[in-house]
Design a protein around this ligand. Sequence first.
Ligand code: PEP
Length: 246
Amino acid sequence: MSTERTPLIAGNWKMNGSRAEACTWAEAAVQAAAGASNDVAVFPSHPWLAKVAGILAESRVDLGGQACAAEPKGAFTGAVSAAMLAETGCRFVLCGHSERRHVFGETDEYVGASLAQALEAGLEPILCVGETSEERAAGRTQEVILRQLDAGMAHLRGASDPLVIAYEPVWAIGSGQAASPAEAAEAHGWLRARVAETDAERAEGVRILYGGSVNPDNIGRFLEVPDVDGALIGGAALDPNKFGAM
Ligand code: PEP
């Protein structure tokens, strides 16, 4: 973790929680973040965004959407536009979370277009990249995550566009089998070096989060890695005590 980059601890609630639970989790996050020096964000299911936005108002916790469409509007039943997320109070949106890529079939092209929509709407995209276990076993981790990074970064309009990157090995998400800090360090190093090839200043400032089975017991080891600037947390973010501790 760098002293220059403020760490971001982000909780992705996925398709979990009733409205009452979402309120409880949001209130707990507000309390936990009050005394923290790092940034905190939560990513509720879309129907709870407006309610949670009210709870987070005036707090240190930012709101994020879990995905946005690759088009600004139109006949895309079930989809949510970046502008809708922005109007609901979101600061961030996840682009290309592994479940969007592997369960919903979002391609690099789609993820890039959704990132472009996020920027147009004034949101801060969190571009998620990560290899499958087969790709890692085949020695293709670097190739895969840099391809995903390039496809997303191609849609940045200029040096001032905001960007957060999340390295989330697919095999580590929800499996209880986190990457080792050394594996994270290697991948984060590749990602930051790739950003530096086109924009040294952005590379210095961009936050690269680690995600994949992060919990209160292992988060400290990740945050010790110089190129790890926070965490994207799924399962453990559903427990207010665990999320608060992190
Ligand atoms: C995630 O959903 O981004 C994630 C990292 O999940 P988990 O923490 O449950 O592995």
